[in-house]
Design a binder for this molecule. Structure first.
Ligand SMILES: NC(=O)c1ccc[n+]([C@@H]2O[C@H](COP(=O)([O-])OP(=O)(O)OC[C@H]3O[C@@H](n4cnc5c(N)ncnc54)[C@H](OP(=O)(O)O)[C@@H]3O)[C@@H](O)[C@H]2O)c1
Length: 346
């Protein structure tokens, strides 16, 4: 892309490609494009050589999957990448060279200073600064940042401490299959050897399956979430600490958030701010003990937020606790990418 102010060539109805179409995010990208009636001249579905010829339905028609190659990206205006970091590193620059704008779901370019990291409800202004690649943030970062941003606008957030309850879908289609299969095996009393995740998943909870940095003690997922929250908020010294954990839930991540603000904000004020915020739905019924849950967040666009209360352990009254649930395949990945693409063709 030659001009960063220009978004897609001549604003014509774009040819759109999904690289990684057969994966958990890819399937959801197709659903979002279809449900949101995204205008496109052609949808090209790309994946590995293993999937070539596989038929996938889009708008009632069968579309054949092609192999992701330099050639398959020719003529593409918008390329939505969800084929893993290695494929993004290899093929996203080729797509840009061929004239496309890339929205990348992998972590390959997120912390590159020349690549905007965008949650449209927060920093869509950054889209004007792209050089062909726009990064979609980590799913936890998106699900946490979307409800925290409107609070940050009301009272500046000084510190965030979070603990996640991450679903299988965050690790892709094969991890969802492993959770289902291992649960079935457990209930039938059969042995099950994990292949995708490092520990037994059925009826278990374990620290996120990414490498732990021996110096900091944080794993890669936690490090990504902390760095990306700072970049999305545009606050390089924002104090953030994350603990990321996998729970045996098929889809939709939950996060417990504890935030310290520059001045007190009552739970009622926070609820009011959040009830007006885009991309967020308040689910906070103390009487019925009804709060955000993965089953309610699955397949939904909004991040659910509840359990909004003053943290009594902070004598200044400046800290709040919240609990959120968000479908990380939708807002945490595909929906956020399609929202970015929608802004590119405006
Ligand atoms: N899952 C989430 O909630 C989530 C959220 C945010 C970001 N992401 C990121 O999105 C990306 C995809 O995640 P996912 O969960 O959808 O994974 P997934 O279910 O495992 O799907 C991976 C996709 O990549 C394709 N692929 C793998 N190797 C390839 C190759 N050599 N050439 C071309 N295509 C190849 C696969 O095609 P085949 O079917 O042909 O193998 C499949 O379409 C990852 O970078 C992930 O970190 C995921």
């Amino acid at each position: 892309m030659s001009s960063n102010a220009e978004t897609t060539r001549n604003k014509k109805i774009p040819v759109v490609a999904i690289a990684g179409a057969t994966g958990a995010v890819g399937v959801e990208l197709m659903a979002c494009l279809e449900q949101r009636k995204f205008p496109l001249a052609e949808l090209r579905l790309l994946a590995s050589a293993r999937s070539v010829g596989k038929k996938m339905k889009f708008r009632g028609n069968d579309v054949s999957v092609q192999e992701l190659t330099d050639k398959s990206l020719e003529g593409v205006d918008i390329a939505l990448f969800s084929a893993g970091g290695a494929q993004s590193k290899r093929f996203a620059p080729a797509a840009v060279k061929a004239g496309a704008v890339v929205v990348d779901n992998s972590s390959a370019f997120r912390m590159d200073p020349n690549t905007p990291l965008v949650v449209p409800e927060i920093n869509s202004g950054e889209l004007a600064n792209h050089h062909g690649i726009i990064a979609n943030p980590n799913c936890v970062a998106i699900v946490a940042a979307t409800p925290l941003w409107p609070i940050h606008q009301k009272r500046r957030i000084k510190r965030i401490v979070m603990a996640t309850y991450q679903a299988a879908s965050g690790a892709g289609a094969a991890a969802m299959e492993e959770l289902s299969e291992s649960t079935r095996a457990y209930l039938e009393g059969r042995p099950f050897q994990p292949k995708v995740l490092p520990h037994p998943y059925a009826f278990n909870v374990f620290s996120h399956n990414t490498r732990v940095d021996p110096e900091t003690g944080y794993n890669e997922e936690e490090t990504k979430v902390m760095q990306e929250c700072r970049k999305i908020f545009g606050v390089p010294d924002l104090r953030v600490s994350a603990t990321c954990v996998r729970v045996p839930v098929l889809r939709a991540h939950c996060i417990s958030l504890n935030i310290e603000l520059e001045a007190p904000l009552s739970p009622a004020e926070a609820r009011e701010v959040l009830s007006r915020a885009p991309g967020v739905r308040v689910v906070d019924d103390m009487e019925k003990n009804y709060f955000p849950m993965p089953v309610d967040a699955s397949g939904k666009d909004d991040v659910l937020v509840g359990r909004i209360r003053t943290d009594v352990s902070d004598p200044t009254g400046c800290s709040l606790s919240l609990f959120v649930a968000g479908d990380q395949l939708r807002k945490g990945a595909a929906l956020n990418a399609v929202q970015i693409a929608e802004r590119l063709i405006r």
